[in-house]
Design a protein around this ligand. Structure first.
Ligand SMILES: [Zn+2]
Length: 262
């Protein structure tokens, strides 16, 4: 599910003969990534001091032990997600909402932005109005919310709104290209999810009650290979409606509640 792979961002300070460097996200420990990282640091005679991880999914965190092995000065920093973090054998330093982390002499404000995962952090560089957005947005695509693996659509939408409220100029995601029109992309995501919720409410009203039946009614003609992802998405929406007090379920039989949508 990582598409064309994932981005990590290396920030190198300007001070001194051996400037400090910070890396945002650890990647997976791919040999080519490690070699490129070493080359970029060598070119500036820089020392890797910090690896700041947006969240505990493997494509962002699994490379931490390999980086630790070749960069002994580096601290590994993320918001805790104990079950996931324990899979990667480094001493994690913890990060809370609003903390300022320094990466390559650049101060970044940590923004707890859960929803895609419970531990997700975005990093805000106020002077340039840039946000390192991890897995919150992918240009030209949508982001998976796996309810069964700690995803929460309601939290995710609140996180997108939080980014929008900062009025950023640029988003640097962990997948896909930089986003130079953040307002359009974030507003588009929010509108898309509102429309999807409306379709799911309609499907429930029409008598479709299982995740599969709702998914098939909405994603008409979808290739079978894509149906599991569509069902995961429907489930995330249903769980949001349930949290909002607008739907209920007994196992996989879902119904709308009361007159909320009348
Ligand atoms: Zn992820």
């Amino acid at each position: 599910m990582t598409g064309a792979g994932n981005n990590t961002y290396l920030l190198i300070g300007e001070r001194g003969s051996s400037p400090s460097a910070g890396l945002i996200d650890a990647g997976v420990g791919d040999a080519r990534h490690l070699a490129e990282l070493a080359a970029a640091l060598d070119a500036q005679h820089a020392r890797l001091d910090a690896v700041v991880v947006t969240h505990g999914h493997p494509d962002h965190a699994a490379g931490a032990p390999a980086i630790a092995a070749s960069h002994p000065h580096a601290s590994f920093i993320k918001r805790p997600w104990p079950d996931e973090d324990a899979r990667y054998a480094v001493a994690w330093h913890t990060l809370a909402d609003g903390d300022v982390v320094t990466a390559g002499d650049v101060p970044l404000v940590a923004l707890h932005t859960p929803g895609h995962s419970p531990d997700h952090m975005a990093f805000w560089h106020e002077p340039s109005r840039t946000i390192f957005t991890g897995d919150l947005v992918v240009q030209g695509s949508s982001v998976m919310i796996h309810w069964s693996r700690g995803g929460d659509l309601g939290q995710y939408l609140a996180s997108l709104q939080r980014l929008l409220d900062l009025d950023p100029r640029r988003l640097l995601p962990a997948h896909g290209p930089a986003i130079d029109d953040p307002k359009a992309v974030l507003s588009g995501y929010l509108a898309h999810r509102r429309e999807r919720e409306r379709q799911i409410v309609q499907a429930l009203r029409a008598g479709h009650s299982s995740v599969q039946a709702i998914a098939e009614s909405i994603y008409d003609g979808l290739a079978p290979a894509l149906l599991p992802a569509a069902q995961e998405n429907v489930r995330a929406h249903l769980e949001k409606l349930k949290t909002d007090g607008l739907a209920a379920n007994v196992d996989d039989r879902w119904t709308l509640l009361g007159s909320a949508f009348s």
